[in-house]
Design a protein around this ligand. Structure first.
Ligand code: CTP
Length: 407
């Protein structure tokens, strides 16, 4: 189910991270909406990294998506933990000061709140009146636990343990973990979009034991797959020699050579709305692969004859299927005459993909589980976006550009 997890400003906000983990482990899609004050306690990066979704705070953070209405409408459950006394007052009075307040006004889903505050605040008649109002209106208010509070005081006001909060939430919606461990109802802006992503690096056999390969690890392509899944897409990954796992719910086709990759991509791309060629595909392969291991012949040299492979990206562009968005990658190095980005611009024009994601490589950059930096170019070579950071963050930026292209 889709859970909207509101986090308001109290020290116990850190416990909400464990609530989020538990819900995710059970297969639910969780969108965190922190209040501005709560970000003083736990930063946005924590919520985005753990949920895999944006964690916006303000009503005006993502206006084109009309999130202040959509988030509430799409939620199957709204859970607020911790809930401050001030938040309870706002909720009891139907105030919509921020994104969380708006989402709560716009939702018809069950609402569960887990208050946490000092005992004096909890026992204040105004707070108790607000709790009574909320309960009357059908909101489930979990009683705070009794125990040690922030500082030396103790009493009622402690946030219950994450397991108890999750159990209380499940009791309200009459469900627990998703039966198949996968999320059934995505939130995302790519909901229902069919996306094919090639990832990794191809291997072209030379003989029974050797191949021509490259240093692509598949991390960026797999990050794209995870990001797309989180945003609601149906994802198929064509993985060329990638030793990384994928989340359940992502279809995976493993291939080795560029010819196998071409076949698999073509097959999946027939039904796709978006094709992303993140794989490093060999441009050449040995004309003949020896069935047996090639032996040294004493001449001190070996000549391999190489032939060009199919340029899959170019073929996809030439096919020009209406409504299908084609994205290429370009890992480039600069040279004496031309900078890396100039090479990328020329490639963008040559390949004609709707989007070409250029990343500079070499000197420890680009390959493996390391941060990436990319510049996105359109078919004319003009810059349409930039991103830098962990590969998952870069993946989301690429998908933002894809979503913009698709309008
Ligand atoms: N690509 C492809 N098929 C190939 C080679 C590359 O589909 N046979 C795709 C890659 O997946 C990537 C893009 O083309 O999305 C650019 O790959 P790259 O190796 O940088 O470009 P090349 O095709 O090698 O272009 P050039 O030789 O001009 O550098």
């Amino acid at each position: 189910m889709r859970v909207l997890l509101g986090v308001t400003g109290g020290v116990a906000a850190y416990k909400a991270a464990i609530v989020l983990r538990r819900l995710k482990e059970d297969g639910h899609t969780v969108r965190v909406v922190p209040t501005a004050a709560s970000l003083q306690f736990v930063g946005r990066a924590t919520w985005e990294a753990l949920s895999g979704l944006p964690a916006t705070t303000d009503t005006f953070d993502n206006v084109p998506a009309v999130e202040h209405v959509r988030l509430g409408q799409q939620a199957d459950l709204v859970l607020v933990a911790p809930a401050t006394a001030d938040f309870l007052a706002q909720l009891a009075h139907g105030e919509a000061r921020d994104l969380l307040g708006n989402a709560l006004l716009a939702t018809r889903a069950p609402v569960v709140v887990a208050p946490a505050m000092h005992t004096e605040m909890w026992e204040k008649p105004s707070t108790q009146a607000n709790v009574a109002t909320l309960r009357e209106r059908g909101v489930t208010v979990i009683d705070p636990a009794v125990g040690r509070l922030t500082g030396p005081d103790s009493g009622p006001g402690r946030l219950p343990e994450p397991e108890e909060i999750v159990a209380a939430a499940y009791a309200v919606v009459g469900s627990g973990p998703m039966p198949d461990g996968t999320s059934s109802a995505p939130w995302g802006d790519l909901a229902g979009v069919r996306i094919v992503i090639s990832a990794g690096g191809t291997r072209e056999p030379i003989d029974a034991v050797r191949y021509l390969g490259n240093r692509s690890s598949g991390h960026q392509g797999f990050a794209l797959a995870e990001a797309a899944r989180e945003r609601g897409a149906h994802v198929t990954v064509v993985a060329a020699n990638v030793a990384l796992p994928l989340s359940e719910g992502v279809a995976r086709v493993d291939v080795e050579t560029s010819a196998e990759l071409a076949r698999a991509v073509r097959q999946s791309a027939a039904e796709a709305d978006v094709v992303v060629m993140a794989a490093a595909v060999a441009d050449f392969r040995p004309r003949e692969a020896s069935a047996t291991k090639i032996k040294k012949d004493g001449s001190g040299a070996l000549t391999l004859e190489l032939v060009e492979t199919e340029d899959i990206l170019r073929s996809l562009v030439l096919e020009a299927v209406p409504g299908r968005t084609v994205v290429g990658f370009a890992a480039e190095t600069g040279d004496d005459a031309t900078s890396a980005v100039e090479h990328a611009r020329a490639k963008a024009r040559r390949k004609g993909a709707d989007l070409l994601v250029f990343n500079p490589v070499g000197e420890g950059r680009g390959f493996g589980d390391v941060p990436n930096e990319v510049t996105m170019l359109d078919a004319a070579g003009a810059e349409v976006g930039r991103a830098a950071g962990p590969k998952l963050a870069v993946a989301h930026a690429v998908l933002d550009a894809v979503a913009r292209l698709r309008g």
